[in-house]
Write a protein that binds this ligand. Structure first.
Ligand code: FUB
Length: 315
């Protein structure tokens, strides 16, 4: 029995949602949401969980857009594993950014040499078409931590790419956005930076796990990430006065989810005067740890720039 029609025509409305009317996309599973504000619209880049699969064996990425945070347009799946000759499996979390009229979509996937690697596709519009910019990964160290790229262009024009699982890394991207200068740097995993460290037991704890989301707001840099809380992922964050740290742990944004989705993965934007947290949960019918969907909550920063605790709204 098909739960959700996979024959939705492209570029049609796929659901009407208030920010609290979650999950916002009802026609596909849409994990690892990465929102991008452009002009009057928000573009939403997601993964594509496959119902019934026993793991994150994902094969493609998806794009949606909205001008009002209510009506969403489906732009299909402009890139898949087949877009990257070096990629064989696990089309995991990604983020897209604009520079000089081009759109750079950083993805991660399992590579032919059996590691996770980060690649970048480039397009002339936020919905594509996109093409692998390099024909090989941008980050291809022999490391399973090469997942979940997040990218930000600072006010001085310097772009930073962060990523990681267990370990958090960054490089300074060149202006072409498809190469970098300098070494890959690992961010020290301290309790002061991320609330806790790996291996400190099963007690409720914070630590950096994966899914970094790097951005700047009012002269402050933010690093939101999936942390750990009683063996389930939560969303936590740290801030810094500098784009490369040192990071200061600020607390939990979203506690572990009562929704059977082990992971969480978030993105934060300001759009038309409001702030929004994008994350994923398992609340779409038939969902679960491998059937995750984008959900959104609006929130208001405290006056000092700290982020309030945000709870899940199921509808
Ligand atoms: O969707 C696959 C992986 O699960 C992502 O890369 C992680 O952030 C977690 O959400």
């Amino acid at each position: 029995k098909k739960l959700f029609p996979l024959t939705v025509a492209l570029c049609c409305s796929v659901g009407s949602a208030q920010a609290q009317n979650n999950p916002v996309i009802q026609t596909h599973y849409t994990p690892d949401p990465a929102p991008m504000v452009r002009k009057d619209s928000v573009y939403l880049y997601t993964g594509d969980d496959i119902p019934g699969y026993p793991f994150y064996y994902m094969t493609k990425w998806r794009v949606y857009s909205t001008a009002d945070m209510v009506n969403w347009t489906d732009h299909g799946s402009p890139i898949s594993l087949e877009s990257f000759s070096w990629a064989v499996d696990r089309a995991w979390a990604a983020q897209c950014i604009e520079r000089n009229g081009k759109f750079y979509w950083y993805i991660c996937a399992q590579s032919k040499d059996n590691n996770m690697a980060i690649g970048v596709a480039v397009g002339d519009s936020p919905t594509g078409p996109f093409k692998d910019a390099l024909g090989k990964p941008l980050i291809a160290t022999p490391n399973w931590s090469n997942i979940d790229p997040t990218v930000h262009i600072d006010s001085d024009g310097q772009a930073y790419l962060y990523w990681g699982n267990g370990h958090l890394f960054y490089v300074k991207l060149n202006k072409d956005m498809i190469s970098y200068t300098g070494d890959i740097t690992e961010v020290p995993q301290t309790a002061a930076a991320f609330g806790g460290v790996r291996g400190s037991g099963d007690a409720p704890q914070d630590m950096f796990v994966e899914g970094p989301w790097f951005y700047k707001r009012k002269q402050q840099y933010y690093m939101m990430y999936a942390g750990m809380e009683n063996r389930t992922e939560c969303l936590s964050y740290a801030t810094s006065a500098n784009p490369t740290g040192p990071w200061e742990y600020k607390g939990k944004i979203m506690s572990k989810q009562p929704t059977n989705s082990f992971t969480n993965h978030g993105g934060i934007i300001d759009f038309k005067g409001k702030s929004y947290l994008f994350y994923h949960n398992a609340l779409l019918k038939g969902g679960g740890s491998f059937g995750r969907s984008t959900a959104i909550e609006s929130f208001t920063y405290h006056a000092d720039g700290t982020i309030p605790a945000i709870s899940i709204s199921a509808d």
